[in-house]
Structures are given as structure tokens and as C-alpha cells.
Design a protein around this ligand. Structure first.
Ligand code: GDP
Ligand code: ZN
Length: 307
């Protein structure tokens, strides 16, 4: 028999969550801290949840189905890191800070979940010469690219315009630390830094400010807030949960060439006759992209061997 629906219950959106507590955005626009009804309730920023008042406390009772999910493997575990993502901004910075592995991994995850994404190349004030070829390569394989200098202000208005798109409810910005995510978020939402601190006090988590995904509210022209989720502190975007066909699907240019491989089940790794490997040798597929592909396949295989 179905349990009786709680008459107090309402749908709210997760702004941040730890194992026991969450900060939610309610339909009224208010932000409230809430307790999770169970440890097993794996929720992430962007997740819609059912909350209800019980004994003066707000309780997160249930997670609603999400239209997409960004997940990351980490020491044998796979965790939701953001849900219902309408647009992903992949933060990178000019060479030598440009981390191709991170970019390729999270882009593959976004492609698999059909999440539109933009590659932000930050710190262009330091000069783009060393990064130009790399950025051109990403452009050729269809990435949407935005050059930004968070400190000088280049590209910030363009970003603000993008976030003003009323079709977006949840946007995510992710990148390895040091690329300038906080600087970008703070220039879009001046109150962001201060707000994180207040919230960590509320949820009783002193140091969550730099390690937990956190949804900041970006106030739009029409006063409807957008959740801009900052996914900080990810040095490696683990994708061990993806299998080989999924990984190939995450690399559009590899997928396109794979049709010409001699064997339908070619993994493009050990095979002698492989159209993908030929394309890499001919420089038609970037070596760094192929490198990311190989590493993701190895990680995936390793995770399966240990199961
Ligand atoms: P996060 O770890 O990705 O959040 O990076 P931060 O926002 O903390 O920035 C890391 C460092 O890069 C800080 O010292 C910033 O001042 C600096 N930084 C951020 N954006 C830019 C930029 O556009 N140009 C330059 N030159 N430095 C930047
Ligand atoms: Zn092949």
C-alpha cells in the first residue's frame, strides 16, 4: 500500500548537501536548512526533493526524478554531484593551467547526459598564444568556447547574458582548482563568497566552503533566480562508472571515425588495424583527446576487474 502523502509536503531544490543536512531553495524563494530523512538519500545541488515540516524541523523526505545527472567516481564510489543541469560551464585556463584530462572527462559526461556545455578559457589576460592551437582543436570538434579574464572582466558580460536566459534553471561551473571559478562566480554574484560562509554556519559545517558543490543564486533581469552551482575542489573527474561504448560516445570525433574500424567492436586501444589510431597518427584526432580516451578506458576496465 502506498504511504499517505504528507499534506505539508512541498517540492524544493537542493542548493547544497552533506550526508545529513541540506540547504534547499523553496518555492517561495526562501532558503532553508533541512535534515535528510536517511543517509541513503543521495542528493546533489539541482535535485528536486520533497520536503515537509516535522516537529518544527524541515525534513527532506524524497528525491524526485531528475532529467539528468552529473556523476563522478571517486575511490570506488560513484556520487551525484549535480542534477537537472541546464548548462555546464567547463572552467579551464590558458596554458600551462589548461587541464585537458579534466575538460575531456566532464565534457564526455555532459554529452552522455545531453547537457549543453561551454568551455571557458579563463585568464586570457596572461596571453592566449600557448593555448591557441588547443582551443582551435576544441572548436573544430564542436565545443562552444568562451574566452574570459575574470580579473580584467573580459567575457563576464557575455556570461551574464548567457545566465539571463530564462530557459535555464540550473547552471554548473566546474574546473580544477586554480582556474578561477571562484573569481568568475564572485564577479557574477558579488554576494557569493559571503553567502557560502553564512550557510556553512547554518548547516554546522565549518569547512564546507571549498569542498562541497554549492548553488549560488544569480538574480536575473526578470527576478527569477538561476542556480549557479560551483563544483569546487575536483582535481580529477573520475569516470570509472562509464563503460567503453559510453566513453566512445563522449568523444564525438572518435565516434565519427570509429565507423571505419575493421571490427565493429574495436576498442581503439590494442587493435592493430584501427581507423581511430590511424586518425591520431595522421593528426586528425588530437593526441591529448586520444590520451584522455585511453585513460578513461583503463580506469573503467580496472573498476570492472575489481568488482
Ligand atoms: P578556483 O580555485 O578555480 O576557484 O580559482 P580562484 O578563483 O580561487 O583563482 C585562482 C587564482 O587565479 C587566484 O589567485 C585568482 O586571483 C587568479 N585568477 C582568477 N581569474 C584570473 C584571470 O582572469 N586572470 C589572472 N591573471 N588571474 C586570475
Ligand atoms: Zn578502432
Amino acid at each position: 500500500m502506498e504511504s499517505k502523502a504528507n499534506t505539508n509536503s512541498e517540492v524544493a531544490v537542493i542548493l547544497s548537501a552533506s550526508r545529513r543536512a541540506a540547504l534547499v531553495l523553496r518555492a517561495t524563494g526562501a532558503q532553508s536548512s533541512a535534515h535528510l530523512s536517511s543517509h541513503a538519500l543521495d542528493v546533489a545541488v539541482g535535485d528536486k526533493v520533497e520536503v515537509s515540516e516535522e516537529g518544527g524541523k524541515l525534513i527532506v523526505a524524497r528525491r524526485c526524478e531528475s532529467k539528468n545527472i552529473l556523476m563522478r567516481s571517486y575511490f570506488g564510489q560513484t556520487r551525484r554531484i549535480a542534477a537537472n543541469v541546464d548548462h555546464l560551464f567547463i572552467g579551464a585556463a590558458v596554458a600551462p593551467l589548461f587541464n585537458t584530462a579534466f575538460v575531456d572527462r566532464i565534457a564526455a559526461a555532459a554529452i552522455l547526459e545531453e547537457i549543453p556545455f561551454t568551455l571557458i578559457v579563463n585568464k586570457v589576460d596572461l596571453g592566449v598564444d600557448s593555448t591557441r592551437e588547443l582551443v582551435q582543436m576544441y572548436g573544430r570538434i564542436g565545443f562552444d568556447i568562451l574566452h574570459v579574464s575574470a580579473t580584467r572582466g573580459d567575457g563576464i558580460e557575455v556570461l551574464r547574458e548567457r545566465l539571463n536566459d530564462i530557459n535555464l534553471e540550473v547552471a554548473v561551473i566546474a574546473g580544477v582548482s586554480g582556474v578561477g571559478k571562484s573569481t568568475i562566480v564572485n564577479s557574477l554574484i558579488p554576494a557569493a563568497a559571503a553567502r557560502v560562509n553564512t550557510v556553512s554556519r547554518k548547516t554546522g559545517q565549518g569547512r564546507q566552503t571549498t569542498s562541497q558543490p554549492f548553488g549560488h543564486l544569480f538574480l536575473r533581469n526578470n527576478n527569477i533566480p538561476l542556480i549557479l552551482a560551483d563544483l569546487p575542489g575536483i582535481q580529477r573527474f573520475g569516470t570509472a562508472h562509464l563503460d567503453l561504448p559510453q566513453i566512445v560516445y563522449g568523444f564525438a570525433e572518435i565516434l565519427a571515425v570509429a565507423r571505419s574500424c575493421q571490427f565493429g567492436d574495436c576498442s581503439h586501444l590494442e587493435e592493430e588495424e584501427c581507423a581511430v589510431k590511424r586518425a591520431v597518427e595522421a593528426g586528425e584526432i588530437s593526441f591529448s583527446r586520444y590520451q584522455s580516451y585511453i585513460e578513461m578506458c583503463a580506469e573503467s576496465a580496472e573498476a570492472r576487474n575489481y568488482d
